[in-house]
Ligand binder design. Structure first.
Ligand code: IVH
Length: 673
């Protein structure tokens, strides 16, 4: 560590800026996220120690923290206008014609074409290259001061780069939430029983207008610059076209939409509009049209404005992604994990370019939250490849004979009962392995490498076997015959013989692998192993109550209840019995004597990248030796095993004087046993 805090601060700052630029602007990350996070933590720690280092452009502001009681107003020096809309090809033709008439020209006009991002407009002011304030559009004259929040947006630079920067530069652009981030945010909202956002635009608006900036920081917002407002000085002032200005903004480190183009004439605009229309679903962000701007700045100023919109620009709109229709019925589908999903059957409606007749209601909680009834008029939304969804109910239009919807208490596929653990949004079929809807996935999991490890039984083959009716639960695998297999399409004698042999081999397993193979919810490899080591026999486990399950390492209340539920469902017990009858077996677990377990009572932490074995393998070996493997270094840690690129844990262990081995030392030690 450098003993000069200012120098160290400067280095950290530059590194962070550089990484953020590569990641968010160039889309070409140069270091793993964790490295970025670590540097950020160091920067924050340093600023805590030396508050005078915390300048307005410090990357530490990306994490938020400031909490406001209200947003101040900011009057726009230059009003933020809106755009005229067009809907048909003819609107683009007459747009160009109006421009030509007004300017008394008869050539074609050059246009800058940009996807019309569906978020909200923001103005960001840079004074001598440093972000000084940011505002919402508001009514176009006065907006709100959202400086602290805008500073947390990952791809907004706090400091511009390059030579000859303008003294003042107001960058205007769109704050939006990429589709993927939106889906993840809504999933998280639903998981915690909170209200999901209706669309990415609302999510962006709601996230940007948070008084607590650390909430904004936690939301996946992005910004794309699309124009310049106030401009004083700098090389950019000499440019002649809108597209050159954007390019110049890009060079200063501002993020730009990559799908923009410059074309000449209305026909080329129509072609661009159609091309973007085709790409719409595959874009990572929502758009509601294309904005066409006269590219020449000289022509823009000659054209000027009418009332609230410029004469030189037009927003050509796409068909809406939200529509109203009538909900005719609800069906309940059972997914891979048994999740029961309510699906709305709709009066077909044309949305976002396709006819939609089904939409998801996600889960039981969401269905109740919407309070939807059969016969209701609902707003549905279809965006990208995301399944169309019901986003709200138009209560004004509810008919008198609207019918209440009952959530099923039994699985519509296998009739096992449906369970909804307290605090969870999703209701699930408890049928597990016997529910045909869950069968294929369960069998794939059962046969997978870390489970029963049936060589040559891939996903495709499992599907084929289930579809042909040859297997319906895992135990059936062990009763497959040679003639059955050779009768399958594209399955040779040799493959059949090999598969039967692999199945026979797979019968000899371990209790841990067997428990993992059962596919009990949230019982992964490690938990299965802990269960096996704790109970030693399947019969002991079958008799365990919740209390007993909670004694197992890393088993909390939720996992314990999943295990208990699974092992008390008659159908699952029957499958287990069939597997044992088919010859699935495992050796008794012998408890190693204390001298074979030299790590009993010791807490070991693993960190960094191990090259000679996987992390889970190392963990398993340590547990075999009696160690408790923990995730974080504390005074209670006895040993740290540090692989390549170990970071803060290694530093902490050194600080606490904890014994530390590198990977080779651990491998050498294992060799002595
Ligand atoms: S230019 C005077 N370019 O559309 C020109 N606007 O109705 C002002 N928008 O609120 C805007 N993408 O937030 C422009 N590439 C783009 C845009 C864009 C989205 C939004 C903007 C504004 C609205 C105009």
């Amino acid at each position: 560590m450098s003993d000069n805090p200012a120098k160290q601060h400067n280095e950290l700052k530059q590194q962070l800026e550089n990484y953020a630029y590569q990641y968010y602007v160039l889309d070409d990350p140069s270091v793993p996220d964790i490295q970025y996070d670590r540097l950020m933590q160091s920067l924050i720690a340093l600023e805590r120690q030396y508050p005078e280092l915390k300048t307005p452009d410090s990357p530490s502001q990306k994490v938020g923290g400031a909490v406001l009681s209200k947003f101040d107003s900011i009057v726009h020096e230059m009003p933020m206008l809106s755009l005229d809309n067009g809907f048909e090809d003819a609107d683009l033709v007459s747009f160009e014609q109006r421009i030509l008439d007004r300017l008394n020209l008869d050539a074609e006009v050059e246009f800058a074409c940009e996807p019309k991002l569906d978020g909200l407009a923001a103005s960001i002011m840079y004074a001598d290259g440093i972000l000084s304030f940011a505002a919402t559009r508001g009514d176009g004259q006065t907006g709100e001061d959202i400086t602290v929040n805008v500073k947390t947006i990952a791809n907004v630079p706090l400091r511009l780069v390059g030579e000859d920067l303008p003294q003042r530069l107001e960058v205007r652009g769109e704050v939006f939430m990429p589709k993927q981030g939106f889906e993840a945010l809504n999933q998280a909202q639903r998981d915690k029983g909170a209200k999901p956002f209706v669309n990415p635009r609302n999510a962006a608006a709601g996230s940007l207008r948070q008084l607590d900036s650390s909430i904004t920081a936690s939301r996946p917002l992005r910004f794309y610059a699309y124009s310049v407002g106030i401009l004083e000085g700098g090389a950019i002032s000499a440019l002649q076209t809108h597209s050159q200005r954007l390019e110049s903004l890009g060079k200063m480190g501002l993020p730009l939409c990559k799908e923009t183009a410059v074309v000449t004439g209305a026909q080329a605009c129509i072609a661009y509009f159609n091309k973007i229309g085709e790409m719409r679903d595959s874009l990572s962000y929502d758009i509601d049209g294309v904005v066409f701007k006269t590219n020449s700045l000289a022509l823009q100023s000659r054209l000027g404005f009418v009332s609230k919109a410029p004469r030189w620009a037009l927003a050509q709109k796409f068909p809406a992604q939200e529509e109203m229709t009538i909900l005719r019925a609800i069906e309940f589908q059972v997914g891979r994990t048994g999740a029961v999903t309510p699906v709305a059957r709709l009066e077909p409606v044309f949305v976002g370019g396709v006819t939609v007749s089904n939409a998801t209601l996600h889960n039981q909680d969401e269905m109740q939250r919407l309070g939807v009834m059969i016969g209701d008029t609902v707003i549905i939304r279809r965006a990208g490849d995301v399944i169309p969804q019901v986003v709200s109910v138009v209560l004004d239009k509810r008919p008198d004979d609207a019918k209440q919807i009952e959530f099923p208490s039994h699985c519509p596929v296998c009739d096992s009962h449906v369970e909804k653990p307290h605090g969870e949004a999703v209701a699930r079929c408890s049928g597990g392995l016997v529910c045909p809807a869950q069968r294929k996935e369960a069998i794939k999991h059962f046969a997978s490498r870390k489970a029963m490890d049936v060589d040559g039984l891939g996903d495709k083959l499992v599907e084929q076997l289930v579809e042909q009716g040859l297997i319906s639960h895992p135990a059936d695998l062990f009763h497959l015959s040679l003639p059955q297999l050779t009768a399958l399409e594209r399955f040779g004698d040799k493959s059949a013989v090999n598969l039967l042999r692999a199945l026979d081999d797979a019968k000899n397993t371990t209790l841990a692998k067997f428990l993992y193979a059962l596919g009990i919810r949230e019982v992964g490899e490690a938990t299965a192993r802990n269960l096996a080591m704790h109970f030693l026999t399947l019969d002991n486990l079958l008799q365990a109550d919740i209390e007993a399950l909670l004694e197992v390492q890393d088993v909390g209340e939720i996992v314990a209840s999943h295990i208990h539920e699974f092992l008390h469902e008659q159908a699952n017990l029957a499958v287990i019995q069939k597997l044992r009858d088919a010859g699935v077996n495992w050796p008794d677990i012998e408890l190693a004597s204390p001298d074979e377990q030299p790590f009993v009572g010791k807490t070991v932490v693993l960190t960094g990248t191990l090259s000679q074995m996987g992390r889970s393998e190392a963990k398993a070996k340590l547990q075999d030796l009696g160690a408790k493997v923990s995730g974080s270094v504390s005074a209670k840690t006895d040993l740290l095993i540090a692989g390549e690129k170990a970071g803060s844990k290694l530093a902490k262990a050194a600080e606490l004087g904890i014994e530390t081995w590198d990977e080779q030392a651990f491998v050498d030690y294992l060799a002595t046993l």
